[in-house]
Write a protein that binds this ligand. Sequence first.
Ligand SMILES: [Zn+2]
Ligand SMILES: [Zn+2]
Ligand SMILES: [Zn+2]
Length: 154
Amino acid sequence: MVSTMAMERNLERMGRRLTGPRRELLSVIGSLEGHFSAEELAAAAPGVGRATVFRTLRLLQDAGAVCQVVGPDGALEYRVTAVGHHHHLVCAECGSVDDFSGCDISDLLNELAVRTGYEVSAHRLEVYGRCAACQAKGRAAEVRSARRAKADRS
Ligand SMILES: [Zn+2]
Ligand SMILES: [Zn+2]
Ligand SMILES: [Zn+2]
């Protein structure tokens, strides 16, 4: 978990003044677990206007302190981050998010640039699936129901 202090330092390094509302948002973000939507953030900081919430999220993204997570349903959420360029593994069952780095797609991007004439500036990659914990839970449930079926038979 990245501390609010680290986010503050990031913003100050960018020469951004930490106004009262921004400071309040930072401490709220620090208290939110995992990932959160802009609406959840706005609801958790009722004293801060929505425009300020969105502006501050944008600012934190530019500072590399917060990243966007696109859920399996396309919903946009945010997550505190300290790592550089990275992507997300999103569990479609429990909604947990894991980071991974080292996306090895520079060959693909170069080829795309040549083929389409695009000047590629960014890319986005989210991987969806079922996390190890959810799979283990699923297996445990299967064993339980198999046992129950066996007990019913005997
Ligand atoms: Zn991230
Ligand atoms: Zn899961
Ligand atoms: Zn990448």
